[in-house]
Design a protein around this ligand. Structure first.
Ligand code: GDP
Ligand code: MG
Length: 163
């Protein structure tokens, strides 16, 4: 079976942007997730002669779309149940938020590799802002910007190394 990589994180950190950036939309497959009204985002990626399925867990299986905490909880359930590698996305420009702490706390007991992706590091002066996320204590930290195309290859290498 193809290993699965789940993207998790609170709303607006850039999970869907990261998904499309890694996939470059070329292979994106959008299918309906059984029993829920939202779409599941999943795509097959080939990188460094390896394959993996990338899953954007944001907005999956949401009962109450306004209940962000339920969405985050559901993401973690999806990640625990399906993922071989977890990509936890945070936003360097907002800094650590309570929901970031909740997500990382919920990942504490998950026995899978976690990569902490500090997104929106658009310029080098944003890089230092990422340091604060070390206190989440979850996995290798990498600074990226999906909009400025920073560190895409480095992130893919980190993922593939953990498959
Ligand atoms: P999601 O809710 O986690 O899926 O986040 P989205 O992918 O929908 O992105 C939320 C917002 O962040 C959008 O307005 C994106 O354009 C923006 N965004 C995503 N990546 C970056 C980035 O690297 N830099 C900046 N400045 N904005 C970004
Ligand atoms: Mg999204």
């Amino acid at each position: 079976p193809v290993p699965r990589v789940a993207i998790v994180g609170r709303p607006n950190v850039g999970k869907s942007s990261l998904f499309n950036w890694i996939a470059r939309r070329r292979l994106a497959i959008v299918d309906n997730y059984e029993g829920v009204t939202r779409d599941r985002m999943t795509t097959l990626i080939e990188a460094n002669d390896r394959f993996f399925e990338l899953v954007d867990t944001g907005g999956m299986g949401v009962v109450d779309a306004d209940n962000l905490t339920d969405d985050v909880r559901n993401q973690i359930e999806v990640a625990i149940n399906t993922a071989d590698v977890i990509v936890l996305v945070v936003d360097v420009q907002t800094g650590v938020m309570p929901l970031d702490e909740e997500v990382s706390e919920r990942l504490r007991t998950v026995q899978r590799p976690v990569i902490l992706v500090a997104n929106k590091a658009d310029q080098t002066h944003h890089d230092i802002l990422a340091d604060d996320f070390h206190r989440l204590g979850r996995g290798h930290l990498i600074r990226v910007s999906t909009t400025q195309n920073r560190n895409r290859d480095e992130l893919i290498d980190l993922i593939v190394d953990r498959l």
